[in-house]
Design a protein around this ligand. Structure first.
Ligand code: GMT
Length: 380
């Protein structure tokens, strides 16, 4: 099938999922066209059946805001016509589903019917999408999609609660490609980061408020008081500077390494023992899944879709948002003893393996087939 994927090209989870999905689809023989404003960060190889089309928005002084949706829908129309694209898969409702619908309508005028799948990722619903400024447009674009998927059951329920949705929402959880994480990879270079006797605790995110970065530091502060430990902080975002200051204030600056954005997440996770995800909102928690497939135990909040991934007492522990004492005590329970830590690490890997791409990709292919049947349905 010829599939156009629209996504954000940045380090955020939705872009990562869209990119990995596109790569896997191309490996299965589909022709995949990424359409976005920059080459997605995880899209290293463009091949015969992976293409990238950049959306340009020329600056014009009259516009206070440059019209990205307009440029995107025009690019979609052109690409669909030029390459004979059969299906649109848009990741993140804002503004992708809206631009996708406009492209659909324009193409329809020319007798081309193209089905659109919209995948909801989280913040497009729970944070940004529900804002009254966007809500009517988001509701409209979801209802006008041919198939709607969400990355967790919790996100589906939130969407149904927050919006007036007429469409069925199918849950297709995020996934991981196990083959990319070799089980006998031993060159972790752990010694570069920590002493032999130190545990390595890791956090990866976009350092936005929703990730509760001060909680990460406070949990680690409690951990390092009890056992030798280092904290790896991976990512960039608005809360980073404050976090650096907090580490300084707490006197733990020398135990915390800020690594910035990284394309070598698996190398960092390879030497990590515990992953912290104390978010106040999280539709799925892809970073935790990446940690788990690398045999890293997880201590997280129990919000959103996280409990669908992190299993209490098996792959890690969960606590109420903001309960840093409980999270630190659970982390210590895992980290204090070698045998306990090994058990949690192994279980984390087992739980994560259920989200292997081999199990999830067919679910997307099924919805593609379903959506494709709508292509001649002139109902919108
Ligand atoms: O977590 C973020 O702030 C980034 C955001 C995104 O849109 O890229 O992540 C969302 O989508 C990911 C992929 O489906 C999910 O794993 C994250 O849980 C979700 N983030 C939130 O719901 C806050």
């Amino acid at each position: 099938m010829k599939i156009a994927i629209v996504c954000y090209p940045t380090f955020g989870g939705s872009g990562v999922v869209a990119t990995e999905l596109g790569i896997a689809l191309a490996e299965r023989g589909h022709e995949v066209h990424f359409i976005t404003y920059k080459q997605p960060v995880r899209l290293e190889l463009l091949g015969n059946n992976i293409h990238f089309h950049e959306v340009h928005v020329p600056e014009y002084p009259l516009f206070h805001y440059q019209p990205y949706e307009l440029a995107l829908s025009s690019k979609l129309v052109d690409t669909v016509k030029f390459y004979g694209i059969e299906l649109l898969h848009v990741h993140y409702a804002i503004p992708h589903a809206y631009a996708g619908y406009m492209a659909k309508k324009m193409l329809q005028e020319e007798g081309i019917f193209i089905p659109m799948i919209t995948t909801l990722h989280g913040t497009d619903i729970t944070l940004v999408g529900k804002h009254p400024f966007y809500k009517p447009a988001v509701t409209f674009s979801i209802n006008k999609s041919d198939v709607v998927t969400s990355v967790s059951e919790d996100l589906k329920q939130s969407t149904l609660k927050l919006f007036d949705i007429e469409k069925e929402i199918e849950v297709i959880p995020n996934f991981i490609d196990r083959t990319k994480y070799s089980t006998d990879y031993t060159d972790c270079q752990r010694s570069l980061m920590a002493n032999e006797d130190e545990r390595i605790v890791t956090h990866i995110s976009n350092f936005r408020k929703v990730k509760r970065i001060p909680d990460v530091i406070n949990i680690f502060y409690r951990i390092q008081k009890e056992i030798p430990a280092k904290l790896m902080m991976v990512g960039e975002g608005p809360e980073k500077e404050y976090a650096e200051q907090q580490c300084d204030d707490l006197g733990i600056k020398d135990k915390v390494v800020f690594l910035g954005n990284s394309t070598e997440i698996d190398r960092i996770l390879c030497f990590s023992d515990l992953f912290l995800l104390p978010s106040e909102s999280e539709s799925f928690g892809l970073a935790a899944l990446e940690a788990m497939i690398n045999r890293v135990a997880v201590v997280s909040s129990n919000i959103g879709g996280i409990p669908e991934l992190n299993k209490e007492g098996i792959s890690g522990y969960l606590a109420n948002v903001g309960d840093v004492d409980e999270m630190a005590s659970k982390a210590l329970q895992i980290l204090k003893n070698d045998e306990t830590l090994s058990r949690f690490k192994e279980n984390a890997f087992k739980v994560a393996s259920k989200f292997d791409i081999l199990n999830i990709l067919p679910l997307y292919e099924e919805v593609y087939e379903k959506a494709y049947k709508y292509r001649f349905k002139n109902t919108y």
